[in-house]
Design a binder for this molecule. Sequence first.
Ligand code: HGY
Ligand code: MN
Ligand code: MN
Length: 425
Amino acid sequence: VADQQAPAITVDGSRLVDRLEALAEIGAIEGHDGSRGSSRLALTDDDRRGRDLVVAWMHDLGLDVQVDVLGNVVATRAGREPGLAPVMTGSHIDTVRSGGRFDGNLGVLAGLEVVETLDRLGLTTLRPLAVAFFTNEEGARFAPDMMGSLVYAGGLAVEEALGTVGIDGVTVGSELARIGYQGPHPCPGPAPHAFVELHIEQGPVLEQEGATIGVVTGVQGISWQEITVTGESNHAGTTPLALRHDAAQAAAEIVTFLRRLATELGGHQVATVGRLELHPNLVNVVAGKAVLTVDLRNTDEAALQGAEHRLEELLEAVAEREGVVISTRRLARFEPVAFDERIIDLVEAAATGQGHPSLRLPSGAGHDAQMLARLAPTAMVFVPSHRGISHNPAEHTEGEHVEAGANVLLEVLLRLADHEEVPEP
Ligand code: HGY
Ligand code: MN
Ligand code: MN
């Protein structure tokens, strides 16, 4: 009898969507348009509740769950050859304050769905499979972003990470202990054989191009800094313009300069002022102080450095003109990362073989894969974000795209864990 083509192994998309909805209920928030998202800032009680739910699912699936000193959680499914390094997948389950239901969560829960699918079919891969979620991927409360995976990959010392003070004045270490997730396992963590992360695109490209699967080639460079402008508070009514040292005026010039700079540089250059605080923040007082954050990104490292330099020059000019003192504090700096060509090809082949239109593209957002790429051959699978919206309760990905992404992830993980050898880095 001819060798029958084994029916393709597929995930249970509705079970995956159900888990996404259940996790989204923790720290649930409502957008102005009635959409529902989640707010689970890293190491808050809502993050703890989200962690507890996902860890319970990991235990239900019989996985060996390990928590490390930064609260990274790695759940491992035994392979036929236990001594082999696992093929790892995963992402994050912390969110920004205005988070959606898919950012990060999809990658972690799709990993659990892959495990449950293999269990249902009684399949055991040659290599162990690991599903991870990393601490504080967002970096919104404690900078830098991808903190947990950065420490896991050996890019940031444990003590430095634990001592990081958040925007609310508490440290990572104290919050990690408070929520009960300071585990025993050391960082840097063991290098996996390979790492593949499923994530929503969070941008408009796949939807605009009619592609279901994004074959991610790499992640762009990220530069975060906090800028403090110190002027002089004064009376809004009596102070002549020429005598003002107005921190709000200086901050506004920085914000408008950055939009002009990104427009001028073009390409993938983007610039964002996400946080802006004035002091004393009162209607009749010239602002004596402003604290703002700048997020610069580009796929090209030289162009990103150029943008940083242009900003430095602007800050000097504004300080001179307005008679204010401007200081900066580095919050994060990651160079662009290129993913592993072999795994990129595996992702593309799986998408094509499953009949999904795919597109190669760089990631505009930072991801844990950006850090794991320091340890092992790494790549990512994207699925479309409706209208490219993310970091917003309106973030949405169609159920069929969730399922397609998980099926591509399943096939790539099986090839890495069973058939295809990926050359050691
Ligand atoms: O900032 C980022 O790109 C990611 O959402 N942490
Ligand atoms: Mn994310
Ligand atoms: Mn995010």
